[in-house]
Every structure is written in structure tokens, then in C-alpha cells.
Design a protein around this ligand. Structure first.
Ligand SMILES: *C/C=C(C)/C=C/C=C(C)/C=C/C1=C(C)CCCC1(C)C
Length: 282
């Protein structure tokens, strides 16, 4: 059932040695970044006030889940290709795009929990905001997946349609977060305001990379290459690299910002162990 021809999982276009290795190395680097970030978030818990410790735990879980999935994604990538006649060609085992969507469906709602947790809103307000964000995030990811696994040029318009549908909850999330973060600014401690403004921007920019990577991997050329046609397959590479870099920034990078906000709101609470991490983080 899970073969390339059924369309359940993406087929593998032929790649040059360089193209194959760029993707393989970025996956490897992503595993390292996520793992390192997980250590940092778990070990830094003592440096924020108790109310923000659950937020750091959630940040640590997000990057741990991503670390595992990137390990599996890389494993799947290596299993999908073999070296032959100076190029990398498909082994017949399809690359498993599902790992990434499985990762997002877990980590994106948790990222929302991180952000809402560090905003310290009124309880009822936080609950309604989180409910809306989590539902929209699930819809965005569920609507993107059917388009992601389309791997023939004939499927181009369907892929665009799923992308557009997925973009509706996507814009909704960005709009809601922008507005809520902006509205919360006056009630935030001065020390945290600047960081929240930065977080607002980082969120917007890193999240914008996802639909762009999706589009680059869904051009008629990229889909033709996926279907086995002998055309330029750089779109397929751009998609993998784009998603991986966006994931590092949106999970580890964003988690660091959330940590800085939590620190800024924790006031001068420094223990011996804490000082080491504070020194590292600043
Ligand atoms: C840690 C993972 C994160 C923050 C993932 C975010 C994913 C998106 C913002 C995906 C968005 C998409 C669209 C807006 C349209 C095309 C399909 C998607 C799912 C790639």
C-alpha cells in the first residue's frame, strides 16, 4: 500500500550527489540542533520562576519530538536512495513524508501552548485563545498533507488546491497571534516587551517559509521529477531544506525566545546553577 505508485507517499526523483548530500546533511544537522535545544530547555528550568517551568518543559518536549522525527526522516531518506552511475536513484522504497506531518500535528499545538503560556493571560482568555489556535493548527496540517503526497504533474492543480485550503487556517493563526501579542504588550513587563515584539516577527517570518517550501516542491517540474521524469529536481531539494531550516528556527529558535521572555519576566532569580545558563543564554 505504501508505495510510490499509489500516491500515498512521495516517489523519489533522481538526484545528483550534491543534491542528495545537501538534504542528508541538513537532516543530520537538524537532529543535532533539536537534541541540543532539548538539553538546554530541560536543564534551564531552574533559571525561570516556577510559573514558567512548565513552559520550558513543553519547549523541551517539542524539540525532543522533532529530534526523534528528524532521525526517522533521515533514516527514511537514506533508505529511499542508492548510489548508482554517479547519481542517487530511488531504491523503490518511498521517502516517508508522513513523519514530518506526524511531527507537526504534535509539535505545532505544543508551540501554541508555549507561546500562550509565556504570555501570562487571564485564565479564560488563555483557554479560548489556545482552543482556537490548536483547532486551526490541526486543520492547517490536515489540509496540507493530501497535497504534500501528490507526486505527479497531473496532480498539480489538486496540490495547489490543498495548499490554498491549508492557507486559510494558516493566515487565521498568524492574524490571531499578531493581534493577541500586540494587544498584550501594554500589560507585559517592560523587560519582556521588546522580546515579545521580536517573537511576533520571528513567528511570522519562520512560518512563512513553510508554504514557500511547499510551493517550491510542487512546481510542475518538481512533480514531473517525482513521477520519474528526467527534469530538474531542485524543487524537491528546496522543499526538504526549507522545511528543515524552518523547523529549526520555529522550534529551537522560537523556544529560545520564549525562554528569554520567561527569564525577563522571572526577575532577578539567580541560583548557582542558574547563573551558568544565564551566562550561556545572554
Ligand atoms: C514545527 C513546525 C511548524 C511550526 C510547522 C508549521 C507548518 C506550517 C505553517 C505549514 C503550512 C502549510 C501551508 C500554509 C500551505 C501548504 C501546506 C503547509 C502545511 C506546508
Amino acid at each position: 500500500m505504501f508505495d510510490a505508485t499509489s500516491g500515498m507517499l512521495a516517489a523519489m526523483p533522481q538526484l545528483s550527489v550534491f543534491q542528495y548530500n545537501v538534504v542528508d546533511n541538513i537532516f543530520s544537522m537538524t537532529v543535532a540542533c533539536m537534541g541540543a535545544a532539548a538539553l538546554f530547555f530541560f536543564l534551564s528550568k531552574g533559571t525561570v520562576s516556577p510559573q514558567f517551568r512548565p513552559v520550558l518543559t513543553v519547549s523541551g518536549i517539542v524539540v525532543s519530538v522533532a529530534c526523534y522525527h528528524y532521525f526517522m526522516i533521515r533514516h527514511s531518506w537514506q533508505g529511499a536512495y542508492s548510489f548508482a552511475d554517479g547519481n542517487y536513484i530511488g531504491t523503490g522504497t518511498a521517502f516517508n513524508d508522513f513523519y514530518r506531518y506526524a511531527d507537526w500535528i504534535i509539535t505545532v499545538p505544543l508551540l501554541m501552548v508555549e507561546l500562550v503560556g509565556v504570555m501570562t493571560l487571564e485564565r479564560s482568555k488563555a483557554k479560548s485563545l489556545l482552543t482556537r489556535l490548536v483547532i486551526a493548527a490541526a486543520a492547517m496540517i490536515a489540509l496540507g498533507y493530501p497535497g504534500e503526497v501528490i507526486s505527479t504533474p497531473e496532480g498539480w492543480s489538486m496540490r495547489v488546491m490543498w495548499g490554498v485550503l491549508s492557507s486559510i487556517p494558516f493566515f487565521y493563526i498568524l492574524y490571531v497571534l499578531w493581534v493577541e501579542l500586540t494587544n498584550s504588550l501594554p500589560s507585559q513587563p517592560v523587560a519582556a516587551r521588546r522580546l515579545i515584539e521580536v517573537a511576533r516577527l520571528v513567528l511570522l517570518v519562520t512560518w512563512a517559509v513553510y508554504p514557500i517550501a511547499y510551493a517550491l516542491g510542487g512546481t510542475v517540474d518538481a512533480l514531473t521529477a517525482k513521477a520519474g521524469g528526467n527534469v530538474d529536481s531542485s524543487g524537491v531539494v528546496a522543499l526538504q531544506v526549507g522545511y528543515a531550516i524552518a523547523d529549526i528556527l520555529a522550534k529551537a529558535g522560537f523556544g529560545l525566545l520564549v525562554y528569554s521572555i520567561a527569564r525577563a519576566k522571572s526577575g532577578p532569580l539567580v541560583e548557582n546553577v542558574g547563573e551558568v545558563f544565564v551566562a550561556v543564554a545572554h
